[in-house]
Design a protein around this ligand. Structure first.
Ligand SMILES: [Zn+2]
Length: 154
């Protein structure tokens, strides 16, 4: 798994000598050049500067997008550059296992178009655009007439 980091977590994992945890958890840690330069800054602790100077193969430094195009101007440049590399989560990221577990729990997994009943696979009708949470809608199975919740696509 690839993850994106800003300077904070790397800085403290280096100082606490726990940075070697990251390659056990993640295949690659991606940081924008802005974050690399923060870690290499003259005012960073020498332990941090030395670590980033001999960066490990699992650390992928990528160019920073033009700062004027990045959102969230209240954050520092490294945070903004890292956030720009991490797209917002969507239900498209749910794995087939997650879909199966939702259906086993009686919740129709997200899909484009009207959801099928998670219990019998029949077509459904919408009862309400909102279920117990805003991310779900309430539907009724057209075969057994039982209500069920369906995860919306986000
Ligand atoms: Zn059904």
């Amino acid at each position: 798994m690839r993850v994106v980091a800003d300077a904070g977590p790397l800085h403290y994992l280096i100082l606490t000598c726990e940075i070697s945890l990251l390659p056990h958890l993640f295949e690659t840690v991606v940081v924008p050049e802005t974050v690399r330069s923060e870690l290499a800054h003259a005012r960073a602790p020498s332990l941090v500067r030395d670590w980033v100077a001999s960066r490990p193969p699992w650390l992928d430094v990528v160019p920073t997008l033009p700062l004027e195009t990045l959102p969230l101007p209240a954050l520092d440049d490294g945070e903004r550059a890292a956030l720009a590399l991490a797209p917002a989560w969507t239900t498209d990221w749910l794995t087939p296992t997650a879909h199966r577990k939702l259906a086993e729990a009686g919740i129709a997994p997200p899909r484009r178009g009207p959801p099928a009943c998670p219990r019998c696979g029949a077509a459904s009708e919408t009862i309400s655009e909102f279920g117990a949470t805003a991310c779900k809608a309430l539907h009724r199975c057209l075969s057994r007439r039982e209500p069920f919740e369906a995860f919306k696509c986000h």
